[in-house]
Design a protein around this ligand. Sequence first.
Ligand SMILES: Cc1ncc(COP(=O)(O)O)c(C=O)c1O
Length: 485
Amino acid sequence: MNENMWKPDRQAKTPIYRQIAGHMEGRIRSGEFPPGSVLPSERKLAAMLRVNRTTVIQAYEELRSLGLVERAVGSGTRVAGPAAGTVKTPNWRQYLESGTFLPNVPAMRRIRSELNVEAPVIDFASGELSADLFPNDIVRKLLQERPYSGYLGYDDPQGFRPLREALSRFLRRYLNVEASESSLIVTSGSQQSLFLITHCLLQPGDAVAVEDPSYCRSLSLFESAGLKVLRLRADRREGLDPDDIVALHRRHRLKMIFTNPNFQNPTGTVLSAERKRRLLDVAAEWGIPIVEDDPFSLTAFDGNVPPPLRSMDAGGQVLYIGSLSKIAASGLRIGWLAAPGSVVSRLADARRQMDFGLSTIPQWVAAEFLDSGEFDRHLRDLRLKLAYKLDSLRVALDAHLPGETEYRVPEGGLNLWVQWRRPIDDLRLFEQAVREGVVYVPGSVYGSDADCFRLCFARPRLDQIEEGVVRLSEALRKIAGPTPS
Ligand SMILES: Cc1ncc(COP(=O)(O)O)c(C=O)c1O
């Protein structure tokens, strides 16, 4: 077999770079490339296989991480190791495929790998703030004026007590959520709250309902835990219909409902107060806990924060998850979960087994930040800047993709959910967009809406937004031709 005959299968689920790595690994193991021999250059192999050079680089990097090749600038990629047969390299591939934790969905891995290369890609894909929106000055000032001199031993796995106290005040003041410090656990972002809930409160085979489309749909986390993930259709105007839960529960005995009711990711929808009440009633009637994932409420551009479900929950059905990632800085890795005391203890115990709890220093920074007047100023400023960025994106879409897209303008959150007006092969378009130097998240990652895509307007710098849309329109023209008149 040689490169002239073998080509990666572009329809296959396995990413192209992995197919190439697998193919080259086979040739190395078969002895076609003995130890010390030089593999084809990145450029040559890319041309032979008709793929990007970055894809070959990824494949070679994968072989390097498996210990099969050595790479050095100037001397190319060589097959590693002494003479064949003297050392038996572990079959890392077999190990990689046997862990219980599944890899992320292919499109998300592809986005990550594009963002890791040095070429400047405009990033509408990452769901986070751009670096200029992070409160760097405030954090620097806090650290300079009040150097941390607190405890540096293993902390309470439930979280740094002063932060839990600050969070309790913060939740009451900004979100009308009552949660005592003892009912809170500080986590390494909402992601860890979801992980802990999944692994401590559910079992393989349990049925859970998630919105479709939704962030949770893209989480391999649920599948790794062996959960049966059922979709709740969320329409773009009003979000999920609580009465659909009844039908789903009758058929599947739901163990939990995961929802992001305010400025939902990806649609930006806010569940109406009426639907929120109905959702709580349905959950109460059947005794099903709701996990409310609420990272975006405080981004409400006009400051009118929609009430979280948890603020309306009289029956203790809602496990409430929040985070500083979307309103301050994702790299602080500060999230929280408000839950009944027994649930908090169970999760904190798991936490102790996993990592002995978070570092106290970022928790201390977060507590100081939340309690200072600086947080209020930061939030007001952030809302204005987010609204301005969204506006710039709308102007660019209307100017450079006229007649091609449809969208509802959200009143908060970081994302614009956009629908194509004509049929588009979403994964082909995505690949072309990568070639043009722009990334976003194709709709199919979030569920069944392959005619849609998500643009995170918060992530690119303001001065990159128009250029990003120009690149996207170029990709569309190359894949689907000019806009039909
Ligand atoms: C709805 C939703 N939940 C949770 C998360 C995870 O955020 P973090 O772990 O940074 O708090 C994200 C991140 O994109 C999100 O969009």
